[in-house]
Write a protein that binds this ligand. Structure first.
Ligand SMILES: Nc1ncnc2c1ncn2[C@@H]1O[C@H](COP(=O)(O)OP(=O)(O)OP(=O)(O)O)[C@@H](O)[C@H]1O
Ligand SMILES: [Mg+2]
Length: 335
């Protein structure tokens, strides 16, 4: 029998992403006629590995591909190209029992708790859904639901079971969202802006629960946010994305104290302001990101980069190891 050596289960690594791409065709024939069609390279050649138990923040402005990357990792999207391995198995090729098993082991925590639940379902009915999908015996349901709600520190969980989503506060409901993601005891979770819809006053509580549960269960986690302060609170390592590509990847504290990529420098310089309606200063790099259907040649960040030079327009910078970071920037190219 042929044995594929690259698929051997690595004891340290849970997830390997190799040159992953997710390209969306946008617009139909009609919008193409008025110049509105094209391809959005939401994820465009991303590679990284995640160790078991590691927490990594995915950081970047709106539209840079964070959610797309997260959806690839839990197989809610199929990669256009590249390879994603989970515990040595190719996520793209999973089917049948293997796929069902993967769906219990890898979970997504959604951003908006009010979108995450069917408003006509009680909390109990919503919590039962993943249990039936995973074919858990009926006589275990109640205990599992109560245990999951206790895990996210909802006091007296019984009182929530027959309520509807609108009868819970945003913070309570986001804890239930987390409980539902954890009820099958996954090893990997992707949390996509899990507190961005919540009032600032309840964010810390929900984030603390997330950190606590993650540590107690030894979860491997991706925490998606456009907010560096939140990523810093939750993750030891941060991956900075821009227009579908990794710009910088390294220890969060090192990135905050000494950002190396000009894009990361702009994110770090955008300090929080007290106005609750606007949590950050605009980035000090002028205008928004370019049209994602038509990104600049070479480095996709170059038209906003204060340090761009000739080579940035002609050559795509590859991600390279530079000390404790991985960087895609010609300023740090050793050649
Ligand atoms: N289903 C889709 N069809 C077409 N284009 C899409 C689709 N989903 C996302 N996109 C596009 O892909 C790019 C990346 O989107 P994505 O949602 O991954 O970004 P994001 O970093 O999560 O942004 P945000 O911070 O706003 O949530 C964007 O240009 C977006 O418009
Ligand atoms: Mg998103």
């Amino acid at each position: 029998m042929m044995y594929d050596d690259t698929r051997k289960t690595d004891v340290e690594t849970l997830i390997t992403v190799r040159d992953a791409r997710l390209h969306y065709r946008v617009g139909g024939a009609l919008s193409a006629m008025v110049g509105g069609g094209g391809t959005v390279k939401a994820v465009d050649g991303v590679s990284f590995t995640l160790k078991r138990g590691e927490s990594v923040g995915l950081l970047g402005e709106s539209g840079c591909g964070k959610t797309s990357m997260g959806r690839l990792l839990v197989k809610l999207e199929e990669a256009t190209a590249g390879e994603l391995l989970f515990d040595g198995a190719d996520i793209g090729a999973l089917e049948g029992d293997d796929l069902r098993k993967f769906r219990t082991r890898a979970q997504l925590i959604f951003q908006n708790p009010f979108d995450s639940f069917n408003p006509r379902y009680t909390i109990r009915q919503s919590m039962v859904e993943p249990l039936t999908n995973a074919r858990i015996a009926r006589d275990e349901w109640e205990d599992r639901i109560i245990a999951a709600l206790e895990l996210v520190r909802l006091p007296e969980p019984q009182q929530y079971l027959d309520r509807y989503p609108h009868q819970l506060s945003g913070g309570q409901l986001q804890r239930v969202v987390m409980a539902r993601a954890l009820i099958l005891q996954p090893d990997f979770v992707v949390a996509d802006e899990p507190v961005s819809m919540l009032d600032v006053s309840v964010r810390a509580g929900v984030l603390n629960v997330f950190r606590d549960v993650r540590d107690r269960l030894g979860l491997t986690a991706i925490y998606i946010s456009h907010d560096l302060a939140l990523v810093r609170y939750v993750c030891e390592r941060t991956i900075v994305m821009y227009l579908g590509r990794i710009m910088e990847d390294g220890p969060t504290e090192a990135i905050v104290r000494d950002p190396l990529h000009p894009y990361t420098q702009a994110l770090v310089a955008a300090v929080p302001v007290p106005d609750p309606g606007q949590s950050h200063e605009p980035l000090p790099i002028g205008r928004g990101a370019p049209d994602p259907r038509n990104p600049p040649s070479g480095c996709v960040f170059r038209d906003r980069c204060p340090k761009a030079f000739d080579r940035c327009a002609s050559e795509v910078p590859q991600v390279q190891q530079v000390g404790d970071r991985r960087l895609a920037c010609h300023l740090f190219d050793p050649t």
